[in-house]
Every structure is written in C-alpha cells, then in structure tokens.
Design a protein around this ligand. Structure first.
Ligand SMILES: Cc1cc2nc3c(=O)[nH]c(=O)nc-3n(C[C@H](O)[C@H](O)[C@H](O)COP(=O)(O)OP(=O)(O)OC[C@H]3O[C@@H](n4cnc5c(N)ncnc54)[C@H](O)[C@@H]3O)c2cc1C
Length: 477
C-alpha cells in the first residue's frame, strides 16, 4: 500500500517504521522544519519542534513502549544506546527496600530506557532515514484531505493529502499521527464528514519542570519510586540520557496559589521541602528554564459514530486519537500499542474494504486502549477532587463511593510494602497486564485492602500546605 503518515512524532515515526518494514511505501509529512539529529546534545539544544509543546519536557520510554522497540525495532534501541540512552528498570529504586526484598526473576519485563525526548526522536529519525520504502518530508504541513470515490454512502473516502504548498500526495491509507492538536477533525468537517466526537475532561493538571545535568555524567540517587503524591501536588523525577534528569511538579489547574511555581525561585524553594527529591534540584546544573506545561486534560476522539466511520481511508493513532495525563508517562506506550495493532491489522486487511478496516481498527481501539484511557481519566478526576478537598481553606478528606478509586489508591499506597503488590502495580501501570489479569488471585486483592488500609495516604514525607504556600510566596519557612 501507499501510506501517508501525518506527523513525525514518536508514534507517527514508530508506525512509519513498522509499516515500511512490511513492504508498504510510506511517506511521513511533518510541518516542523527539521528532524532532531546529530548527537544527544545537538538533538537537545539545536532542534526546534514548534509543533510539539512537550518536546523538551521529560519523557520516559516505559516498559510497553520500550518492549515494542526491543522486539520490533531493535535498531532504534541500538541508536538510542549509542546516543547515551540509559537502560534502566522501573522497579530498580524499590529493590533495596526491606519490604521488597530485591530483584526477582521476571523483573526484566520492567526494563525501559531513559533518554530525553529529542534524543528519542533523533534515534527514530536516523533509523527512518536508512529504512527502504520510507520517506520523511519536513517543513511540509498537511492542510487538506484528497478524496476518492465513496466506499460508504455519505462518508468521504480519503485518498491522500494536500500540503500547504499545494502538493497532492496520493495514498491508499492516511495515518493521522498529528498529535493532540491534530487537524484531522477540521479537515474532515471541510469535506462534510461528521468529524470525530471528542470527549474531553473539564480540567486537568499543570506541570512545572526543570532539567538538570550532573557535572560528572553520573546520575544522583533517584527516589525509590519516580512519582510521589502529596496532598496538593505530585512530584515526578525522571532520569534521562548522558547524566541528565528532570524534576516535575504536577498541580491541579484549579490551584491558583501554586501557579507561582513558574518562577524559578519559588520552584526551588518549594521542591526543597520534599526530602525525596530536594537533592535533585541541588546536585546538578540546570539545562532548562522552569518549563510550564498546560493543556494536560485527558481527551479522546471517536471516529466511528453510530456504527459508521466518519470517513474511510484515514485512521488516527497516538495522541491524535487520545491523550492521557503525562504524569503517568504512558503516551508513547499507548501509541506504540496502537501503531503495532495498525501494522497487524493491515497484514490481513483487504485494501478494497476500507470500511472493514476502519471498523476493525476502531474495535481494537475501543476494546484495548479506550478502557486504559478511561481508567486514567477517572483517576485524574478523583485525584483532582482529592487535591481540591485538601486545598480548601478548611481541608476536608475526599469522600467518594467509587470502589475502583479506593482500590487503586490502596494499591498505590501499599505498593512499596509488599513485593507482589509492587509487581501488580507496575504491571498495570506499565500496560503489561490489565487489573483483571493481575488480580485473578483473590488473596492478592485482600492484601491490597489490608495493607492499603494501614498505609498512610501519602507515604513520603512532605511539607504542610501552609509551608508550601509560604515557600511559593517567597517568605522563609
Ligand atoms: C509534559 C508531557 C510529558 C510527557 N511524558 C511522557 C513520558 O514520560 N512517556 C510517554 O510515553 N509519554 C509522555 N508524554 C506523552 C507523549 O508526549 C505523547 O504521547 C507523544 O508525543 C505522542 O506522539 P505522537 O507521535 O502521537 O504525537 P506528537 O508527538 O504530538 O507529534 C505530532 C506531530 O504531528 C505534526 N503535525 C501536526 N499537525 C500537522 C500537519 N497539519 N501537517 C504535518 N504535520 C503535522 C507535529 O508537528 C508533530 O511533529 C508526555 C506528554 C506531555 C505533555
């Protein structure tokens, strides 16, 4: 097939590489000027990606994304390693805890790779450039869809794209990997198609992040677990390639009092109050400003409406289909699963039956990925409500009768107290298994309830709300 992939982000490029290896002729079009390339520092410092707001924000290739690369695109892993990517394990920080008792056989499934996102993109671009059948054109924005004869009455059939420069690129299939601001919906509506139905959370999180580098190329001691929840915020510490790491503070968008974290002095004073991560803001030299990221609401788009595709000949993957809270670090993992499923479906799809392909792809998305996305969106909703309750003038405990939230919260708080619960939490959180697959043994669920009940809600020590606000406001604490 001739396939156009709109968007050269990590998911678009992964899909393009997988599809080209199947013998498809793949053209990737991206509106941004140049591919991140060169060594890690050049990729980090010199690449410009105005189309991707989170380009220099922390990204970790969690186990599902990393496993896809290892199994399907090992050359990308070699390239990443050559660029300074650091193999690591999701559980490694916890192995030293008495309650966890060290590494176990099977923990290799939690292998992952630490590398800054520009470095990940550089590795993908390098591999794309040497892949036969794959052409990537930058500085080429897609502005409209080309249509062919209708395959479903009343629905356009997409037969390629038109670039902003007026060049028509014909294709048997257009893969929309245009990211969270994908233009596909508007382009479909321009054709008279119903356009996707979008479901978007009312609010979300803001993250304030700074990247650091050590002077000796070594990483400082990372926290036992990379994500730490506190009453009014969440910290995320992520290692990168070549002795770099990032520290993020995630707050509710409704929590105006913490918006001052954008100011470097306030950010540093605040993170100094969290013993698990304070040293990460002191040990290295900053290699970024305090980067604020908003627009982190979870959202997904449905392209099959009333059992009929909005259009045939076009499918959305990755962030163009759905976004989740970045604090989970699952965007590239979900995208990798999406891209792999697309590749697999095309192996048996009849090119003359694009409606069937659209419906089968939708079925995979609905049954395999949408429940994950919905679960993460539910978690966000509860967590934001929990933060709201904790940050009132007179804080109140957050009450809800949603048993799923109570169970997940209990598992989260108990994970560092039991080796089996740690693996259960990591399997689910890495998309290696569903909760149903993980909790087949009723004894395990009982253990969650028992240990979760006894564990404090926030296991890590942190400041009181008043101390935090004082630090952000600038007075001595
Ligand atoms: C702050 C933050 C931190 C994150 N951390 C992690 C993490 O640790 N781990 C993880 O797995 N995920 C993480 N994510 C999610 C991750 O960034 C996304 O899931 C991932 O970028 C999706 O890749 P994509 O290829 O689908 O889209 P994108 O990376 O958004 O790429 C879309 C591409 O489409 C191009 N494009 C758009 N419109 C057009 C057009 N009209 N014509 C041509 N090109 C176009 C853009 O230029 C862009 O290059 C994070 C997200 C955020 C916001």
């Amino acid at each position: 097939m001739d396939i156009v992939v709109v968007g050269a982000g990590p998911v678009g490029m992964t899909a393009a590489l997988l599809l080209a290896r199947e013998g498809h002729r793949v053209t990737v079009l991206d509106r941004d000027p140049g591919a991140p390339r060169g060594g890690a520092e050049e990729a980090w410092g010199a690449s410009e990606r105005p189309g991707v707001g989170q380009f220099r924000h922390p990204h970790l290739l969690l186990p599902a994304a990393f496993r896809t690369l290892v199994n399907e695109l090992p050359e990308v892993v070699s390239e990443l390693t050559a660029l300074g990517g650091v193999p690591c394990n999701l559980l490694s920080g916890a192995w030293g805890l008495d309650a966890i008792g060290g590494r176990r056989p099977g923990d290799e499934r939690f292998a992952m790779m630490a590398a800054r996102r520009p470095v990940v993109e550089a590795a993908l671009s390098t591999e794309a450039a040497r892949t036969p059948g794959l052409t990537a054109r930058r500085d080429t924005a897609v502005s409209a869809l080309l249509t062919g004869h209708e395959r479903v009455p009343g629905r356009p059939h997409v037969a390629g794209v038109l670039t902003r420069g007026g060049v028509a690129v014909h294709a048997d299939l257009v893969v929309d990997a245009g990211g969270r601001n994908s233009p596909l919906g508007g382009m479909l509506r321009d054709l008279g198609a119903p356009g996707p139905v979008e479901e978007r959370a009312e609010t979300g999180f803001l993250a304030y992040t700074r990247y650091f580098r050590s002077t000796d190329g070594k990483l400082p001691q990372m926290p036992v677990w990379r994500v730490g929840h506190y009453d009014s915020l969440t910290t995320v510490a992520i290692e990168g390639d070549a002795g770099t790491w990032a520290l993020s503070v995630g707050v509710s968008r409704r929590d105006r009092a913490l918006r001052g974290l954008r100011e470097p002095g306030a950010w540093h004073r605040a993170v100094a109050l969290f013993p698990d991560v304070a040293h990460l803001a002191e040990d290295g030299e900053p290699i970024s400003e305090i980067m604020a990221m908003s627009g982190m609401e979870s959202r997904h788009r449905r392209f099959v409406i009333g059992g009929r595709p909005a259009a045939t000949g076009v499918l959305s993957i990755g962030d163009a289909w759905a976004t989740t809270n970045p604090l989970f670090g699952l965007g590239m993992s979900m995208g990798a699963l999406h891209a792999t499923a697309l590749r697999d479906l095309l192996r048996t799809a009849d090119p003359d039956e694009p409606e069937k392909l659209a419906l089968r792809f939708d079925e995979f998305t609905r049954t395999s990925l949408a429940p994950i996305q919905q679960g993460l969106a539910d978690w966000d909703r509860h967590r934001l409500a929990e933060i709201d309750a904790a940050t009132r003038d007179v804080p109140v405990p957050y009450e809800t009768d949603d048993r799923d939230w109570h169970f997940r919260r209990a598992l989260d708080t108990a994970k560092l107290r039991d080796p089996e619960l740690l693996r259960a939490f990591a399997d689910i959180g890495s998309l290696l298994a569903t909760a149903e697959e993980t909790f087949t043994d009723p004894g395990l669920a009982e253990k969650v309830a028992e240990l979760g009940r006894r564990a404090p809600r926030y296991s890590d020590p942190g400041p009181s709300r008043a101390e935090l606000l004082t630090a952000v406001a600038g007075a001595a604490t």
